[in-house]
Design a protein around this ligand. Structure first.
Ligand code: SF4
Ligand code: SF4
Ligand code: FES
Length: 286
């Protein structure tokens, strides 16, 4: 008879003939040290929660809401790592609470705090509306000029490798964990100068789209503030969708900015193409 230890229950689970029998043991517990307060004042408050197998931090927060503090504010929606709502800082690391298993965290009280890069509304809820303002500044997809073949068929043609390249960027769930960890926003609070990694990803998804005809280099440089990023890759490390934010979005965008603005040979080439960086670029709308 094999015996498996279960991190959530003090008793053991016995397996006999394929049947699992859970001993009626005393429940294990952990302390969650949760931020309670608003933008002006607050403190960490300890809450002891009963553990169950596979429990995630969001489950523990819900248990606290149900049994100890019904006024504890937190934002969540899907509990499946797909809505991007439950972002918080768990033991100082930006995480989705619904995807953070308690059994994977080191012993001792688990600190749960709101995102640091954005203003606190209440407890674990922050005001992330600044991000939506950044999003509005980005030109939407702008269909470029069709080739003669496309005009004849009346539809754009796109290679699978081009689809694959931008597909990665479209996995973003707008959790803003990358925005939270980026030191330009988090530590230096340069929200007026830098749109942040999430919006570099959006710029990249549009700029690398072969059928987009808008010239986005100036936007990435001026409004986006890409020069503020010093490629520390912290954003990539926290992305729950495993988007290679720095390598696949930011660095290629930086290369385009540098080529267009500072490389004399590239500038000559650009002038010879009548200022069109993309083959299917639309006439400049200035
Ligand atoms: S790589 Fe750039 S965008 Fe990402 S965290 Fe570092 S400074 Fe911020
Ligand atoms: S790029 Fe990744 S970390 Fe940033 S908002 Fe999108 S999913 Fe979240
Ligand atoms: S609740 Fe949707 S990502 Fe966590």
């Amino acid at each position: 008879m094999g015996v498996e230890s279960d991190p959530g229950v003090a008793g053991a689970i016995s397996k006999a003939g394929g049947l699992e029998i859970q001993d009626a043991g005393k429940k294990e517990s952990r302390v969650l040290r949760v931020y309670r307060g608003n933008a002006h004042e607050g403190a960490f408050v300890d809450h002891e929660v009963d553990l169950s197998p596979g429990m995630v931090v969001l489950d523990a927060i819900h248990q606290i809401q149900n049994e100890q503090a019904s006024d504890l504010a937190c934002r969540w929606n899907c509990k499946a790592g797909k809505c991007g709502s439950c972002s918080a800082e768990v033991n100082g690391n930006p995480r989705l609470m619904c995807m953070t298993r308690i059994q994977d965290l080191p012993e001792g009280p688990i600190h749960v705090a709101p995102l640091k890069a954005f203003p606190i509304v209440k407890d674990l809820v922050t005001d992330v509306s600044w991000n939506y303002e950044q999003n509005k500044k980005i030109k939407p997809f702008t269909p470029g000029i069709m080739t003669a073949e496309e005009q004849a068929k009346g539809e754009f043609k796109m290679l699978q490798m081009d689809v694959d390249r931008v597909q990665e960027f479209r996995k973003c769930i707008e959790c803003f964990l990358c925005q939270d960890v980026c030191h330009v926003l988090r530590t230096h609070q340069k929200h007026d100068d830098f749109a942040g990694p999430r919006f570099m990803v959006r710029h990249a998804s549009l700029d690398m789209h072969p059928k987009d005809g808008a010239d986005r280099v100036k936007d990435v440089w001026k409004e986006g503030g890409i020069g503020m990023c010093n490629i520390t890759k912290c954003c990539t490390e926290v992305c729950p969708e495993h988007i290679k934010i720095t390598d696949n979005a930011i660095i290629p965008l930086k290369e385009r900015v540098v080529a267009d603005r500072f490389d004399p040979l590239a500038k000559i080439g650009l002038a010879l193409r009548g200022g069109k960086r993309k083959a299917n670029a639309l006439p400049m709308a200035e």
